[in-house]
Design a protein around this ligand. Structure first.
Ligand code: MN
Length: 248
């Protein structure tokens, strides 16, 4: 049994990456596999070291569907806030491990779930979108076949996804998820960042419906925001997510 410290050291050498401060966007790439058998993979980011990934386009790139000011605040302030919460939760958990005092474990794990999911969802969300002129407007191939099978058609899927997103009570997300054990695609209206997800589900396409995502431009008209958002969905990214999820 390789202990974690040695494993991470070896993984860093094998993977040729630094063991500290790997940005989230590179974590998937930075999964380092143990060379001598096992096939175990582990992200090499140390506790409390997650960094805000840059937006993959300019703040104004999604105009007029999503305005530049909303993108700036959403990415630089809100997403950063979840990262700060995630890093703080990880460091507090590490301190609990070091001291052996698990008196606050439930609170710490709840904070980890909330902020860690917030970070993961936003990272996926930015990449799900592209300026309309560059976004792939429709899925094809395997993903389209699965959508046809599980929702009836692309149009019916978009109706169901939009309904799920629009009816989230309070803050949350609309999601398209793939559940490998159940072998199906589902839509989910997620509460906060993580509640009401099917266990083991892998998000492929996510839409932030917290008010901070749309209130400056759309005020209370969440349905208008949801309808506009489809213009900047990049189906090429959703197809890549689906392919990666199916390959485990
Ligand atoms: Mn958000």
């Amino acid at each position: 049994m390789v202990n974690r410290r040695d494993f991470i050291k070896n993984a860093a050498v094998v993977g040729g990456v630094a063991a500290l401060g790997v940005p989230f966007t590179n974590e998937r790439m930075a999964l380092a596999k143990e060379s001598a058998g096992g096939g175990v993979s582990v992200a090499v980011t140390a506790s409390g070291q997650h960094k805000l990934p840059p937006l993959p386009y300019a703040y104004e790139a999604l105009e007029p569907y999503i305005d530049a000011k909303t993108m700036e605040l959403h990415h630089d302030k809100h997403h950063q806030g979840y990262l700060n919460g995630l890093n703080a939760a990880e460091l507090a958990l590490k301190a609990a491990q070091d001291s052996g005092d698990f008196g606050k474990i439930a609170d710490l794990e709840r904070a980890l779930a909330f902020h860690g999911s917030g970070h993961a969802n936003h990272s996926l969300f930015w990449n799900n979108m592209k300026p309309k002129s560059q976004a792939k407007p429709k899925p094809e191939g395997a993903l389209l076949n699965w959508i046809d099978r599980d929702f009836g058609s692309l149009e019916k899927f978009k109706e169901q996804f939009s309904a799920a997103a629009k009816t989230v009570e309070g803050s949350g997300w609309g999601m398209l998820v793939y559940q490998p054990l159940l072998g199906r695609l589902y839509t989910v209206g997620v509460l906060n960042h993580q509640n009401s997800l099917v266990a083991g589900a892998i998000p492929l396409l996510v839409l932030d419906v917290w008010e901070h995502a749309y209130y400056l431009k759309y005020q209370n008209k969440r349905a208008d925001y949801v309808a506009a958002w489809w213009n900047v969905v990049d189906w090429a990214d959703v197809e890549r997510n689906f392919q990666a999820a199916r390959q485990g």
